[in-house]
Design a protein around this ligand. Structure first.
Ligand code: FRU
Length: 491
């Protein structure tokens, strides 16, 4: 179905309850509803927003268009959790209601201040000629969870030298001062990020552009995020417009980071190393991080990408968020591990330890639709070894290691209903290792693979049949030791 501009920008108050109920019914009949991922009750989810620990709970908001699987009038939806695993749908958080966010309450971030949670976001407005004007707006949530929008924006204008692609403020506190990075596009149509500072979160001064060595690196940087960890500066952003190079930048848009010295808040100089992608799979974009009370830096991403149709569209919804990942730094790169709390999901356990020799075999008790799987491959003289999961008559999703190419390969060519085929159905990434471990979280329509304790991550949506439940372990061109543990997911 083609959505008209009018349909995309309808106000929720003009929509009849029956329409929403009808949509919810369609959504609930979808065979690919997830069981332990954050997903929208109806419509489309995109970026995680306002991720924060406040008042004894984790709060995680997301971009939401309630009325269908398209990018229309964006709202903020609110979820919360005590353990980062079991999330409660709280409901609507920020509705676009005024001239400043008339065409969407776009992405932003959260920070606690004076006992309240401050939510800084981009108000996307358009005039009658469809010219965009972005405002940076503020909403405040109190201890009772009530959210109040400020009447006027806190940053009204785009500084000169930049276009109207100016959005996604990520706020943090350093000393007594607040800072925010905002994703921007220069007038020469190259992407960058700028910095603002404030003492009270209401009055913001433009501090200048962050000086990186990536002056010509895509045409727009969305969802920037800056933080310090292990005495280094980490800058995460989602650049649009990078050309694919080898096995890199294969998705429509990218999402990655640079690590360097701490950002010089006076000169705005950021001295850093090379850009690395955060996820080597298919469906990952616009991540956001937060620091929790234990000092952990935790990242959640959007398990989806803009401008791509997904098989759930016909069921009236699209996308979910990734599982939370704990970040650390090793040898100049970010290591991402699923947060420890995810072990709370572990139910019935099945184990096996075998030598697999020139074959692809099913281990007793290993099968399923939704589970966690940990597999360690060692002492291999094979050319290739790995796992096939969600295996059915004509379906399988493959994650493997090629010892000759020294590459991890994630193949969703035969995963089920295909989509986004113009971007290919195989992803590869270099890894030089004798022993290879895959920690895999399989939900009804997604796979997240953490390779070698978080050295690389591959995320992908898949849309197999319900009856495709097989798991095979294989080793070709030689033999490999396989130690595997599978847990049912107990939600
Ligand atoms: C990234 C993004 C942001 C914007 C939001 C709108 O996916 O385009 O730049 O704020 O989505 O939903």
């Amino acid at each position: 179905m083609e959505w008209t501009q009018e349909q995309r920008y309808r106000k929720l108050e003009d929509v009849k309850d029956e329409e929403i109920q009808g949509l919810a019914k369609l959504v609930n009949h979808c065979p690919w509803r997830q069981s332990f991922h954050i997903q929208p009750i109806t419509g489309l989810l995109n970026d995680p927003n306002g991720f924060a620990y406040y008042n004894g709970e984790y709060h995680l908001f997301y971009q939401w268009f309630p009325l269908g699987p398209v990018h229309g009038l964006k709202h903020w939806y609110h979820t919360k959790s005590k353990d980062l695993v079991h999330w409660e749908n709280v409901g609507m958080a920020i509705e676009p209601t005024n001239e400043y966010d008339s065409h969407g309450a776009y992405s932003g971030s959260g920070i606690e201040h004076d006992g309240q949670l401050f939510l800084l976001y981009t108000g996307n407005s358009r005039d009658e000629n469809w010219n965009r004007h972005p405002y940076q707006c503020l909403a405040v949530m109190n201890q009772d969870g009530e959210i109040t929008k400020m009447d006027v924006p806190v940053i009204r204008d785009v500084p000169s030298g930049y276009t109207d692609h100016f959005r996604d403020p990520k706020v943090w506190k350093q000393g007594e001062e607040f800072f925010t990075v905002i994703g921007a596009q220069r007038e020469n149509e190259t992407g960058c990020a700028v910095l603002y500072q404030s003492t009270n979160l209401q009055d913001w001064q433009f501090a200048g552009e962050i000086k990186t060595n990536l002056d010509h690196f895509g045409y727009m940087w969305e969802c920037p995020d800056y933080f310090e960890m292990e005495e280094q500066g980490v800058f995460i952003f989602s650049p649009q417009g990078l050309e694919a190079v080898g096995n890199h930048y294969q998705n429509i848009y990218q999402s990655g980071y640079v690590i360097g010295r701490q950002l010089d808040l006076v000169t705005k100089e950021f001295i850093h190393g090379p850009f690395h992608e955060l996820d080597r799979g298919f469906d990952f974009y616009a991540p956001q991080t937060m620091q929790d009370p234990n000092g952990r830096r935790i990242l959640v991403g959007w398990m989806g990408l803009p401008e791509i149709d997904y098989p759930t569209d016909k069921n009236g919804w699209a996308h979910c968020l990734t599982l939370p990942r704990k970040l650390s730094i090793k040898e100049g790169k970010i290591i991402q591990k699923p947060v420890e709390e995810l072990t709370l999901l572990r139910g019935e356990k099945t184990e096996s330890d075998k030598v697999v020799n020139n074959e692809s075999i099913a281990f007793k008790g290993f099968e399923g639709e939704v589970y966690e799987l940990l597999a360690e491959f060692s002492a291999s003289n094979a050319e290739e070894f790995g796992i096939e999961l969600r295996v059915g008559e004509n379906e399988r999703t493959v994650i493997k290691y090629n010892t000759v190419e020294k590459k991890i390969i994630f193949d969703r060519t035969y995963s089920g209903v295909s989509f986004a085929e113009e971007f290919g159905s195989i992803r590869k990434c270099d890894l030089d290792s004798e022993t290879v471990t895959f920690q895999i979280f399989v939900d009804a329509s997604s796979v997240e693979v953490f390779v070698n304790d978080g050295k690389e991550v591959f995320t992908g949506r898949i849309f197999p049949g319900k009856e495709s439940r097989g798991i095979n372990f294989f080793s070709h061109g030689g033999q490999t030791n396989v130690k595997a543990v599978k847990w049912e997911v107990a939600v």
